[in-house]
Structure formats: structure tokens, C-alpha cells
Design a protein around this ligand. Structure first.
Ligand SMILES: [Zn+2]
Length: 92
């Protein structure tokens, strides 16, 4: 079996590690700059995070500096990640 094949890789905005899309939680931002989680409906940029509270903490620090994450509600990110991690545990 050839294990070297192309898989879509995305970068976590927290730790900056590159992982396959399936390993990361996808967040989307719509035109009103709020975070939306419906990947099919959002029209703005999307970003990715590891399902890891450590990365969430890094993001919280980055958010204080504004920039790309300006206007994002940290609690929304956190609740989304909590839910995502619960789902993953059920699957495994
Ligand atoms: Zn990460």
C-alpha cells in the first residue's frame, strides 16, 4: 500500500502545526464577522483548530492582540470545541 498520497492539510491557528483537515475543527466566519459553524453556509474565511484545549488557550492570548480574530467571541469557540471533543469521544 502506498501511504504517501496527497491529503488536504490545514494549519491550526493555535499551535501552528499542520494536520489533515479531518483532525482539525473547522470554524467559519461570515460577513458579519461572527463565527458560524455551518461550513456550507459561511462565506468568509475559515480557520482551523486542533481539538486540544492547549490550542484554544493560545488562541485566547492571540485574540487579545486583535487582528484576524478581532470580534470573535472566545466563549463561542470554547463551546464549539467542547461539543466537538464530546462527539469525538463518542465515535472512538
Ligand atoms: Zn493546534
Amino acid at each position: 500500500m502506498n501511504l504517501i498520497r496527497h491529503v488536504p492539510v490545514r494549519m491550526c491557528i493555535g499551535c501552528g502545526n499542520r494536520r489533515t483537515k479531518g483532525e482539525l475543527i473547522r470554524f467559519g466566519r461570515d460577513a458579519s464577522r461572527s463565527v458560524s459553524f455551518d461550513a456550507r453556509r459561511h462565506t468568509g474565511r475559515s480557520f482551523y483548530l486542533c481539538p486540544d484545549p492547549t490550542c484554544l488557550n493560545i488562541v485566547r492570548k492571540k485574540m487579545r492582540r486583535g487582528g484576524f480574530l478581532d470580534g470573535v467571541d472566545f466563549e463561542v469557540l470554547k463551546s464549539r470545541m467542547d461539543r466537538e471533543m464530546e462527539n469525538r469521544e463518542e465515535v472512538e
